[in-house]
Design a binder for this molecule. Sequence first.
Ligand SMILES: [Fe+2]
Length: 187
Amino acid sequence: MELSQEFDAFVEACIPLAANADHAGVQRLLTDLISDHADFAANVPQFGEVKPSPLGWTLGGEYVHHTSDELTVMVLDTLPGVLQPPHDHAMHAIIGVFQGCEEQRFFARTNTGVVPAAGRTLEAGDVVVLGEQAIHAISAPPGQPARAVHVYFGDIYAAERSLFDPDTLEPLPYTAERYDELCRPAS
Ligand SMILES: [Fe+2]
């Protein structure tokens, strides 16, 4: 996927900030990048048809624009109809939605386990920062597929991460297969 020069410049500017763990700096850059979200969205190509997962979930497209030990930047679509499972990232993350709605359900770690916490619906132009310990689950409301820039302060594909059973919130090692197994239909 070819992205705009503006997006390329954003990634280049994030690289030294990520090396210094400057979360606020990247948050500012991402907020600026999508401040005119309609214009930004018009310059990010739509994904082609999204193939269903092995278990038949259609989650959305994913385009990884940059990955290194210190930084991963991707454009992620979240399609309606699926409650994706709670998971952590084992690193800071910043999400900026530039089209549609990305529903965020958050979970808190307590002495006795993981419990549901607040939720938030991100709309175009909204940016949220998730700390290293954060646990969230994403979905999109009917008719409002989300498109968002997801920035991670590390190599998200190399990290040892956890998934959480949506019924019991029991932690489990993160694998793509388990992510698929723990999806649920949105009611
Ligand atoms: Fe996530």
